[in-house]
Design a protein around this ligand. Structure first.
Ligand SMILES: *Cc1c(COP(=O)(O)O)cnc(C)c1O
Length: 404
């Protein structure tokens, strides 16, 4: 058996489709974000990041960094194993209390990532609850899809952001079904926001559990960063709220919040919680500082809104097509994988602008795009420079079209 040959055949197929993933090699430098050092071939030494999920620059926040460094100095590096064996670090409990408070819930449970929190929670709910049926929005994140798959329970896919379709599908379930409705608030590829209140109306009508992923909203929406559900006053109607500490909070880790019984249930049965080493105490302390900071501070959220609106307005003024949505995510549609990758390469090499192409299978074929996430640390000059670069490339692309 020539295994390398087998691997290579599939890699070659990816390359042929234009869907082979190439990662930039970057080095973040404290205090310079969104400017980073680039180690990628052919790019300038310094580039500006336009697609980070460190949406508010909290990964460079002095308070958050100090919390991490102080805790390493006080407690060392690792957690020493699973919580099952090594016990709860005091810092884990403090962070869980902070997160439960953020979402107005009884309790919270930490995981090593948002991916693991979705995977472990949905697979545990789906496999343990009698007659469980998970009703999943058609555009749910891979971590939810994998969790549902692993649950091996019945599943139903409902039309993206369509409460009427959900209503019909819930109505069609057998009377003894235990329905769990899984969806996101902000969908990160299109940047659209779920009609949460309408979805909850439907859940309540059918007695279904509601499970929301607020990964792309926590820290950024709501007066204390509790997400879109906080902004809309809906948190108390949701059974389980899931989030990440790795994006707007600038650290790493994932979590769920809910009732005492729900959290104790997942803690007691979820393999993905029990059998893996807990987050380092220093990470928990940094995340706590970040969550606390964003409960109080409005500056980051306000500046992010301002810069998002500014980039949208400038793109409109220059006729560069982008999706109009109600979030902080600005997808510029290219609709061709090869061209999308090429635009991204030119932006990086000739303009020092880093934006990763978003291709299949992250998004459906034919909807390839560049996805911009302006933040509080992008200056007005950064925005002007980006728009100038896109304008130049759009002109060149149009010429390429005409010749072809
Ligand atoms: C990134 C992401 C996750 C996973 O969170 P991590 O903390 O990065 O593992 C979960 N859900 C959605 C919608 C995401 O985009």
């Amino acid at each position: 058996m020539n295994f390398d040959q087998m691997f290579q055949t599939q890699l070659d197929a990816l390359k042929e489709e234009g869907n082979y993933r190439v990662f930039a090699e970057l080095e973040r430098a404290c205090g310079d974000f969104p400017r980073v050092k680039s180690h990628s071939n052919g790019s300038p030494d310094e580039v500006t990041v336009w697609c980070s999920n460190d949406y508010l620059g909290m990964g460079n926040n002095p308070t958050v960094m100090k919390a991490m460094m102080d805790t390493v100095a006080a407690c060392g590096t690792g957690a020493g194993g699973t919580r099952n064996i090594s016990g709860n670090a005091h810092h884990h409990k403090l962070l869980e209390a902070e997160l439960a408070d953020l979402h107005g819930k009884d309790a919270a449970l930490l995981f090593t990532s948002g991916y693991v929190s979705n995977w472990a929670s949905l697979s545990t709910l789906g496999s343990r609850l009698p007659n469980a049926v998970i009703l999943s929005d058609s555009l749910n994140h891979a971590s939810m899809i994998e969790g549902i798959r692993h649950a091996k329970c019945a599943k139903v896919i409902w039309k993206h952001n369509d409460p009427d379709d959900l209503d019909r599908k819930l109505a069609a379930l057998p009377a003894n079904a235990t329905p769990i409705v899984a969806f996101e608030s902000v969908y990160s590829m299109d940047g659209d926001i779920a009609p949460i209140a309408e979805i909850l109306d439907v859940c309540e009508k059918h007695g279904a559990m509601s499970y929301i992923d607020e990964v792309h909203a926590v820290g950024m929406y709501g007066p204390r960063g509790g997400g879109v559900a906080e902004r809309e006053g809906l948190m108390d109607r949701i059974t389980l709220i899931e989030g990440t500490l790795g994006k707007a909070y600038g650290c790493v880790g994932g979590y769920i919040t809910g009732s005492h019984a729900l959290i104790d249930f997942i803690r007691s049965f979820a393999s993905g919680f029990i059998f893996t080493t807990a987050l380092p105490p220093a990470v928990a302390a940094a995340a706590t500082a970040s969550v606390k900071h964003l409960k109080e501070s409005q500056w980051e959220r306000a500046m992010q809104k301002r810069q998002v609106a500014r980039l949208r307005a400038r793109l409109d003024a220059e006729g560069i097509p982008h999706e109009h949505n109600a979030s902080h995510i600005i997808p510029v549609m290219v609709k061709d994988p090869v061209k999308c990758k090429m635009l991204s390469d030119i932006l990086m090499d000739q303009f020092g602008i880093y934006v990763q192409p978003i291709n299949y299978p992250t998004v459906p074929k034919g909807t390839e795009r560049l996805r911009f996430t302006p933040g509080p640390l992008h200056s007005d000059e950064d925005i002007e420079y980006l728009v100038m670069a896109l304008k130049t490339l759009w002109k060149q692309c149009a010429i390429a079209h005409a010749v072809a």
